[in-house]
Design a protein around this ligand. Structure first.
Ligand SMILES: [Mg+2]
Length: 311
């Protein structure tokens, strides 16, 4: 393997060797005690970690192993996108129960494909036994002008990328014992972190951003709190997959789209032309106590109700 230091004997290392063979050139510098990375001069190092646990974030019967690996990796990369950072590398720590051992290679393929799609080399990881499958993905990135949740200013507009509602609709269908619609299933199983979009937005005046992981309303509540501002949303302007209700689209999590604040002259036409991703203006930042309020067909709707893992 190019760029990898040879590993010693043992079953764990056999499994690691197998993953490394499958990752090929997507893995870099693995085999030493730690990875060495260069951060471009003038950039900040941006780091995040995200864990996906069987039975909490997905069910085995919903997804193929490749999709579980892809999804866990993209969910972590999405936090780099929200910061306007370019990926430098990915580390995957996988806890594998015995019943999952023969699927580990397929799981690893999904991790490798997602990392490659985001332009991130796999620079390290860890394998261990466990009672439940868990994939912890740590992402490293670089940003000259990182976005945070803190910068939204009164007078900014609020935007969201993509079209919402697919992942929640897919999970609802599965929970009812039904087969989800193909486009909704795809949005749940194969999310794409908006990396290029985040970099573009950071370079074109976005003042704050968050990725939609717990639900648009819940995630924007963090922006409101961090920025000390009142956010007013017009849910009639929400971009949705066909047939999705706006109230559902505003609450569904695991979208991995970006919600952001930016001056209202943000060039959305140019954004969509250059990146091929839709973006819609859905509200305004106002002076006031931190809050998120929303109207739908002119009527005020309750803005609470995202996904809370501890509830
Ligand atoms: Mg996030």
């Amino acid at each position: 393997m190019s760029g990898a230091t040879p590993l010693g004997p043992g079953r764990e290392f056999d499994a690691v060797r197998s993953l490394l063979r499958r990752w090929g050139d997507r893995a870099a510098g693995i085999g030493d005690d730690a990875a060495l990375l260069d951060v471009p001069s003038g950039a900040r190092l941006v780091v995040s970690t995200d864990t996906s646990v069987e039975g909490v974030h997905f069910r085995r019967e919903w997804l193929r192993p490749e999709e579980i690996g892809w999804r866990a990796t993209m969910a972590a990369l999405s936090d780099l996108a929200a910061m306007g950072a370019r990926p430098l590398g990915v580390l995957a720590a996988i806890a594998v129960p015995p019943r999952w051992r023969e699927l580990l290679d397929s799981l690893g393929d999904g991790v490798g494909e997602a990392a490659a799609a985001a332009g991130a080399p796999i620079v390290g990881g860890d394998l261990t036994g466990a009672g439940e499958l868990s994939i912890c993905v740590t992402v490293l990135g670089a940003a000259e002008r990182p976005l945070s949740r803190r910068g939204a200013r009164p007078g900014d507009a609020i935007y969201v990328t993509g079209r919402l509602g697919g992942p929640r609709a897919a999970v609802t269908a599965w929970q009812r014992g039904e087969t989800p619609r193909a486009d909704c299933r795809e949005r749940f199983a194969r999310p794409v972190a908006r990396i290029r979009e985040g970099v573009w937005l950071a370079a074109h005046g976005a003042t704050a951003a968050v990725d939609v992981s717990d639900g648009l309303l819940a995630d924007l509540a963090h922006v409101a709190a961090a920025s000390g501002a009142a956010l007013e949303l017009d849910l009639d302007a929400l971009p949705l997959l066909d047939g999705i209700d706006a109230a559902e689209g505003a609450r569904g999590g695991e979208e991995y789209e970006l919600a952001l604040a930016a001056p209202d002259d943000l060039d959305t036409a140019r954004f969509s032309r250059e990146l091929g991703t839709p973006i819609a203006r859905i509200g305004w930042v106002r002076a006031g106590a931190p809050s998120v309020s929303a109207t739908l067909r002119g009527v005020r709707v309750a803005a609470g109700g995202g996904w809370d893992h501890f509830s």
